[in-house]
Design a protein around this ligand. Structure first.
Ligand code: CO
Ligand code: CO
Ligand code: CO
Length: 315
C-alpha cells in the first residue's frame, strides 16, 4: 500500500472504500462498483446498482457528494433500456443528496452499470471494517438472501412477491443505517456484498484481530430465501466463498445447513454489519427504531479465536 500519510484507508484490509485526508476537518471517500443486471426491469437494475455503489460510502460513515456513471452497453440493444437504467440510477443518486457529474459509456456485449462515488467524512470519524473490539455487539441491517433470489430469478423460479421484496431490499439506501451508527458512534462497519455475511464478517474478524460469533436464528431472511436455497438455488459465489473461508469457520453441530449456505452467499446491495460497544448497543437499537431501519442483533465479538468465526444457532 502507498505510504502517503494522507491515505487514511487504502486497500490493504479490504475495506469498502479508499479514504484520503484533504484537511484536518475533511477526508474524501472514493469507491467504484458496477455489474451485470440481476433483475429484468432496467429502471430497478439502475436503482440497485446505484444503491450498491453508494453503500460503500455509507459503510465508512460518510456522506456521498458526487457520482459518475459507468456504463457498458451493446450497440444492438434498444437505447431506451439504457435510458431507464440511468434514470433508475439517477433517482438513487438524488435520494442520497449527491450530484451526478458525468460518466463514461462503452460498447460491450453484455450491459453493465454502476457508479464511481465520492463522499466526505470527518477524518476522526472514519468507520473502518477493522475496529471491532472484544465484547462488542454485532448488528446487521437488511435481511439476507439477495443472491439466492437473484439465482432463482435467472432460473425463473422466483414468484412475484419474492421478486418485489428482493428489489425493495436491494434498492433501499443504507443512509439511515449510517445516520444511526454515526449518531451513536460504533467501532467497525462494513456492508455485506459479494463476499457474503461470513466473508465480510471474516474480514472484520481478521482486520480487527478478534474472533466473532454469529447466531443463525437471529438473522433476517428475505421472503422465499430459505425455500429457494433448500431447492438448491445457490449462486456459484456461495461455493467459492465457502471454499475460501471454511477452514476458519466453526459451525455448531446440527445447525441448519441451508442457513449456512445463505450466510456464504454473495449479497447485492446488502445491509451494514456493525460492531458496537456493548454499552452503546441499546442506544444504537433506539436510533435504528427512530430512523425506521430494520435491524437484527446477529452476534458478538467473543467466543472464537482471533481471525475466526463460530456460527451457533442462538446466543
Ligand atoms: Co463494501
Ligand atoms: Co463495493
Ligand atoms: Co467501512
Amino acid at each position: 500500500m502507498p505510504d502517503d500519510p494522507r491515505l487514511l484507508v487504502g486497500f490493504d484490509k479490504a475495506d469498502d472504500a479508499g479514504v484520503f485526508r484533504i484537511s484536518d476537518q475533511m477526508a474524501l471517500i472514493q469507491t467504484v462498483d458496477f455489474f451485470t443486471p440481476m433483475v429484468d426491469d432496467p429502471y430497478s437494475f439502475g436503482q440497485i446498482a446505484a444503491a450498491n455503489a453508494l453503500s460503500d460510502v455509507y459503510a465508512m460513515g460518510g456522506k456521498p457528494l458526487t457520482a459518475m456513471n459507468i456504463v457498458c452497453f451493446p450497440e444492438c440493444l434498444d437505447v431506451g433500456i439504457l435510458r431507464e437504467i440511468i434514470k433508475g440510477g439517477l433517482s438513487k443518486i438524488e435520494e442520497a443528496g449527491a450530484v451526478l457529474v458525468g460518466g463514461h459509456t462503452i460498447d460491450d456485449a453484455e450491459p453493465k452499470y454502476g457508479l464511481s462515488v465520492t463522499g466526505v467524512i470527518d477524518p476522526q470519524r472514519v468507520t473502518t471494517n477493522h475496529g471491532a473490539r472484544e465484547e462488542d455487539c454485532l448488528y446487521m441491517t437488511k435481511s439476507l438472501g439477495t443472491g439466492i433470489i437473484a439465482t432463482a430469478i435467472k432460473g425463473e423460479m422466483a414468484d412475484e412477491n419474492q421478486i418485489a421484496a428482493v428489489i425493495s431490499s436491494m434498492t433501499a439506501l443504507n443512509d439511515r443505517a449510517r445516520d444511526a451508527m454515526m449518531e451513536v458512534g460504533v467501532n467497525a462497519c462494513t456492508d455485506v456484498t459479494g463476499f457474503g455475511l461470513l466473508g465480510h464478517a471474516m474480514e472484520m474478524a481478521e482486520g480487527s484481530g478478534v474472533g466473532i460469533e454469529l447466531w443463525s436464528d437471529s438473522l433476517g431472511f428475505l421472503p422465499g430465501a430459505m425455500e429457494l436455497a433448500n431447492m438448491g438455488l445457490i449462486p456459484g459465489g456461495a461455493y467459492s466463498n465457502r471454499d475460501y473461508l471454511q477452514d476458519r469457520v466453526e459451525v455448531e453441530e446440527g445447525l441448519d445447513l441451508t442457513c449456512l449456505d445463505i450466510m456464504y452467499s454473495p449479497e447485492t446491495s446488502g445491509g451494514l454489519l456493525i460492531s458496537v460497544d456493548q454499552m452503546s448497543s441499546r442506544r444504537l437499537e433506539e436510533e435504528f427504531v427512530r430512523q425506521g431501519v430494520v435491524f437484527f442483533k446477529v452476534g458478538r465479538v467473543k467466543g472464537a479465536k482471533p481471525g475466526r468465526i463460530r456460527v451457533l444457532r442462538r446466543e
